[in-house]
Design a protein around this ligand. Sequence first.
Ligand code: ADP
Ligand code: MG
Ligand code: MG
Length: 251
Amino acid sequence: MLKIENLHVNINENEILKGLDLEVKPGEVHAIMGTNGAGKSTLVKTISAHYDCNVTDGNITYKNKDLLELDVSERANEGIFMSFQSPVEVPGVNNSYFLRTAINEKRAYNGEDEIDTMEFLKLTKEETAKFNIDRKLLQRDLNDGFSGGEKKRNELIQLLMLKPDLILLDEIDSGLDVDAIKIVANVINSMLDGKRSIIMITHYDRLLELIKPDFVHIINDGKIAKTGDYSLALELDEKGYEAIGIKDESN
Ligand code: ADP
Ligand code: MG
Ligand code: MG
């Protein structure tokens, strides 16, 4: 699915990622952890082609294609979905219209017909009801005046409707209450079909406990410093970074 080799990324002339390697196979869930400022967001922003991130060396292969050759919309149309730490508010753009446009762009890119309006309505109704998400969010403008929790719920609607192949979650659980975290976990778990892959950044044990990643990686000094299974997240939660040999660069 995704192979990252020797990735070097600069932000504003500062080297943030310094030769990072990561391989994600179909169906796998990878959790990325690390101290504040370690470069976790930089990694997923680079995969989704965020303009801040300047790749200076290395390769990323996605579905056997050179990912770095694809622009931001091509990456989305190829099935990469990124949930942002702080989604932008877009007043004046109806949320439902935005989502339907995104679905249709992806369909057109892949040579499929546009989604029928009735089918779109039926699907949004079904999916939101299944997970107890307020469908009224779709009638508002995109993220406009949405609370933190509403923005995250809206990203879940996007996930359910766009059905991406590679899902990048940047602290989707931050600021959410326990019930909302359960909804996030239910949606994510429902999407795990053995083919779809997930890279999730989180500090919180609760989401990991509900999703149970196959791999846990810790980024330090611009590279993957440690890789383990779910037990590494538990160890980290119990002992902290220093005890497992990771220097906190944010201090
Ligand atoms: P994390 O997500 O692990 O907390 P980030 O990837 O957001 O870390 O940031 C890594 C480093 O890059 C930090 O030192 C941060 O200050 C810096 N950085 C991130 N975004 C920018 C930006 N737009 N301009 C300048 N520096 C940035
Ligand atoms: Mg941070
Ligand atoms: Mg971050």
